[in-house]
Design a protein around this ligand. Structure first.
Ligand code: SAM
Length: 289
């Protein structure tokens, strides 16, 4: 058997909102493969048309992937190259494809990633929270009691936590986050990344739900929510929520980062150094809103 007698399964990342983020290699591979397995073929057609990709499509989603995956592996073993795409971002990250990748690898098929956007990673990099260690927690449970129990199991984790959420549930999710996590825990709400209304807003567990509730536009679109780890806060402790609130008021009122952190330290008794670090982040976020 020569090497080319078995096909390659390409995992191709696609944009999460901004078409200009499609990589030239992604386009080249999607044009060249025998078949594109897509989460939702109707959803992907406009993207593929935009880039002049006329490759045949086959649906591969959570309801058919157990049946479709073995069929696709047969085609790979017969020598065809296949690409997998999802509706947006990196396949398999809260998206279909795991059974296909597992089966393909078990069958000795080469699985080759074609990297591109992933909402979790781009939100993390822009969040100002520690990127050294993080947990991608994905979508929270939809029902309140299960969601709160799940959040409780994550609350003491020392690393940055990353959640996905839709506009429909963002209010309820942030409400539960505030009920379970210490009120002063840093939270970053990243919304509509790479799109026109991109927002990366730094707040706290105690204030996040209120911020989103205050303006209907803030609840629109797609969200990544990031939470600072339990042991990685300045001074090794969760910063006082009141101190962060005062800091926000002073910064929005026009104080410099230096003055705002000095004043907030005087008013609340929190440590000036920790407030300064937090103020730098808050000031950046306020500029972005
Ligand atoms: N595979 C995708 C990835 O690599 O990011 C994620 C797919 S998951 C089904 C969709 C979720 O990702 C959305 O509900 C939202 O939480 C997040 N997401 C996707 N695009 C986003 C964007 N442009 N801004 C913020 N969050 C986004």
């Amino acid at each position: 058997m020569n090497e080319r007698s078995v096909g390659v399964l390409y995992l191709v990342a696609t944009p999460i909102g901004n078409l200009a983020d499609m990589s030239p290699r992604a386009v080249e591979i999607l044009r060249r493969v025998a078949l594109i397995a897509a989460e939702d073929t109707r959803h992907s057609l406009p993207l593929l048309r935009h880039f002049g990709i006329a490759t045949p499509l086959r649906a591969l989603h959570e309801h058919n992937e157990d049946v479709q995956s073995p069929r696709l592996v047969e085609r790979l073993l017969a020598g065809e190259d296949i690409a997998l795409i999802s509706d947006a971002g990196t396949p398999l990250v809260s998206d279909p494809g795991f059974p296909l990748v597992r089966l393909a690898r078990a069958a000795g098929v080469r699985v080759s990633p074609v990297p591109g956007p992933c909402a979790a990673v781009v939100a993390l990099s822009a969040s100002g929270l520690s990127c050294d260690r993080f947990t991608f927690a994905g979508f929270p449970p939809r029902r309140g009691p299960a969601r709160r129990e799940w959040l409780e199991s994550l609350c003491e984790r020392p690393e940055t936590l990353i959640f996905y959420e839709s506009g429909h549930r963002i209010g309820d999710f942030l409400h539960d986050l505030g009920a379970v996590f210490p009120l002063s825990r840093p939270v970053v709400v990243a919304r509509e990344l790479t799109k026109l209304h991109e927002t990366v807003y730094a707040t706290t567990a105690g204030e996040a739900a209120g911020w989103v509730a205050a303006d209907a536009d803030r609840r629109k679109g797609e969200f990544v929510v990031l939470v600072g780890g339990a042991e990685l806060q300045p001074g090794g402790e969760d910063m006082d929520a009141e101190a962060v609130r005062v800091l926000g008021i002073l910064l929005r009122g026009g104080c410099s980062v230096k003055d705002a952190s000095a004043l907030a330290a005087e008013i609340t008794g929190s440590r000036r150094r920790a407030l300064y670090t937090r103020a730098l982040r808050l000031a950046e976020e306020i500029d972005h809103v």
